[in-house]
Design a protein around this ligand. Structure first.
Ligand SMILES: [Zn+2]
Ligand SMILES: [Zn+2]
Length: 308
């Protein structure tokens, strides 16, 4: 089958990659569409140096074979992290933190930039018939945005800033806007900021401060910007993952009693619900053939993906 394989340094397009098979508790999924996430670009840059395998984790597919008969033929999305099923984290609803977890397209498991891949049944979520594939493709990143209100109480009376004007920021901002909170976007690109204008402020004045600051700019500078604008006793939510480290004075956070909260993948069912109800709206995905992966990875479209 066709697949985009990461060999440790670069992606390689293959047409003879072996087709996987369903196994106990795991379904064979035929990929309809798979989207490029910033994390994929970071894996290529060295964020997961030990990974070898098919890249990608955002997908919509159809279950072709499974020992869970209720899944066969269903159009589905799915979660990335497969835990061991029997540790303190797996047993306390924190499977994505399992110490020996595998992650599709990142750690130990082939991902979704191929015609087929295999996923644990319990990570699979059927898509409502009324939700088109082009919209359902946003489920995983939207779930990651929903992880913020899942972890942190955002009061409608709170003021919130989102640092970043890209894809993740747009999803987070729409989720925060649903709470009614006073929301400001701190971005650099006037064209991208237009996406936010209907529901958030896009201008920040020097000296403005915020109770909650969410870093979604995908760069080590985000935490520094956050430090400059978060209020004392406020909260900084960190959503960016990147290769490399940020150099920052942590004593400042101690003295000012600022909470730093990391936040990663989130709940899929609420994401499917918001997309299906039309409460979160995102620009259309730009689709490519897998063999044109170089052009896809170089594109500056809002979101790019592969059609199979
Ligand atoms: Zn992703
Ligand atoms: Zn575990």
């Amino acid at each position: 089958m066709k697949a985009l394989y990461f060999d440790g340094t670069k992606p390689v397009y293959l047409e003879d990659y072996p087709k996987p098979a369903a196994s106990e508790g795991h379904s064979l999924i035929k990929v309809l569409m798979s989207a490029v996430c910033n994390t994929d670009r970071e894996v290529i840059k060295g964020y997961r140096p030990d990974f070898r395998g098919v890249l990608g984790h955002e997908f919509v597919g159809v279950v072709e074979a499974s020992d869970d008969k209720s899944l066969i033929g269903k159009r589905v999305v799915g979660e990335l992290n497969e835990g061991c099923g029997d540790c303190i984290y797996c047993n306390t609803n924190r499977e994505k933190h399992c110490l020996t977890r595998k992650v599709i397209g990142m750690e130990g498991l082939d991902g979704t930039f191929g015609e087929y891949f295999v996923l644990a049944n319990h990570l699979i979520h059927p898509i409502p018939d009324s939700l088109p594939t082009e919209k359902a493709i946003y489920t995983e990143p939207l779930a990651a945005a929903l992880e913020i209100p899942d972890m942190l109480h955002i009061r409608p009376s709170t003021n919130v800033a989102v640092i970043g004007d890209g894809r993740l920021a747009l999803m987070i901002a729409q989720v925060v806007a649903l709470t009614g909170a006073d929301l400001t976007i701190i971005g650099k690109n006037p064209d991208k900021l237009k996406n936010f204008e209907s529901f958030a402020k896009t201008s920040h004045k020097d000296g403005d401060t915020y109770e909650i600051v969410i870093d979604a700019c995908g760069h080590p500078s985000g935490i520094k910007t956050a430090k400059n604008i978060v209020r004392k006793r406020g909260t900084v939510v960190m959503k960016s993952t990147y290769a490399g480290t940020a150099n920052i004075d942590l004593s400042w956070f101690v003295v000012n009693e600022v909470t730093i909260m990391g936040s990663r993948c989130g709940p899929f069912e609420p994401a499917l619900k918001l997309l299906n109800m039309g409460l979160v709206n995102l620009p259309p995905i730009e689709l490519w053939d897998l063999k044109d992966y170089e052009k896809a990875l170089a594109s500056d479209a809002f979101k790019v993906g592969f059609k199979f």
